[in-house]
Design a protein around this ligand. Structure first.
Ligand SMILES: NC(=O)c1ccc[n+]([C@@H]2O[C@H](COP(=O)([O-])OP(=O)(O)OC[C@H]3O[C@@H](n4cnc5c(N)ncnc54)[C@H](OP(=O)(O)O)[C@@H]3O)[C@@H](O)[C@H]2O)c1
Length: 236
């Protein structure tokens, strides 16, 4: 394959939501989610800008100003790492304070950050990433081509297996491009009725040409603690 094998790994409510109060009600199943994340032994995880911002604190200091010549819009590999944190950040909003994730969970801690950008990002932002030793790649001029992004993750960073870990918008756009090979759901036995709650796949925000969407078959189901369920679906 020209791209990594992509597994969408998420915690959901009974009604397929990925945000809401149900997440706070069962810490045991959240622990199972992190355990499974590590057990996959993937080369990295990928999240949308909103999830990265809410999961990993960003520095509050004002962004630096770059006064040099324009920086070429070419991909930048700061380092090859054992595990990567890939951020879909087309406009360059995540002003990371370091080149790696700092997290209490060892399945995320130390992951080398790869920013996925469009040409629209500022020179200030690119200079900041280089200064911090953060890798970046371009997925398009004004819009992202996710197939190209996936290919570059394999070609530039040797990624064979990637965990797609939300939120709903980024999952939905990978789904629309038929780029999901496997779905791994940790289901919490609670319904999340809020209209504001984000679904597993939120589609429509980003255009897709795919006329036929993939269907999936159940590969495995396992009962977890506290009446939770782990479901693994593979693309047909
Ligand atoms: N239950 C779980 O397992 C789980 C896991 C992860 C996250 N979550 C939750 O999900 C929530 C966030 O989900 P969300 O759907 O609102 O946001 P998201 O998917 O995390 O991020 C959306 C943003 O990412 C960028 N983006 C994503 N796909 C893109 C594409 N194809 N082309 C261009 N840009 C793209 C855009 O950034 P810009 O707006 O900067 O253009 C977009 O607004 C959080 O509350 C988080 O806690 C839950």
């Amino acid at each position: 394959m020209e791209r990594p094998y992509i597994i969408c790994h998420m915690v959901t409510s009974l009604d397929g939501k990925v945000t809401g109060n149900f997440l706070g009600k069962n810490s045991g199943l959240i622990g199972d989610y992190y355990r499974i994340h590590s057990e996959y032994g993937a080369d990295g995880f990928l999240c949308g800008r909103v999830t990265m911002e809410s999961s990993f604190p960003q520095p509050s200091a004002t962004p630096s100003v770059y006064e040099g010549p324009p920086i070429e819009r070419t991909d930048y590999v700061a380092e090859k790492a054992a595990f990567y944190a890939v951020a879909i950040d087309p406009q360059g909003k995540l002003w990371w304070g370091d080149h790696a994730i700092s997290d209490s969970d060892e399945g995320y801690d130390g992951a080398h950050i790869v920013e996925v950008l469009t040409h629209k990002v500022s020179n200030d932002f690119l200079a900041h990433l280089r200064n911090k030793g953060i890798s970046y790649l371009f997925g398009g001029k004004s819009e992202l081509n996710l197939y190209l992004v996936a290919q570059k993750l394999k070609r530039l960073f040797d990624m064979e297996m990637l965990l797609l870990e939300g939120g709903g918008i980024v999952n939905g756009s990978f789904f629309q491009e038929n780029l999901i090979d496997e779905i791994s759901l940790v289901v919490v036995p609670e319904a999340e009725c809020s209209e504001m709650a984000v679904p597993l796949f939120k589609t429509g925000k980003y255009h897709s040409d795919s006329s036929e969407l993939a269907s999936f078959r159940l590969q495995e189901s396992k009962r977890l603690q506290d009446d939770g369920l782990w479901l693994i679906y593979k693309k047909r």
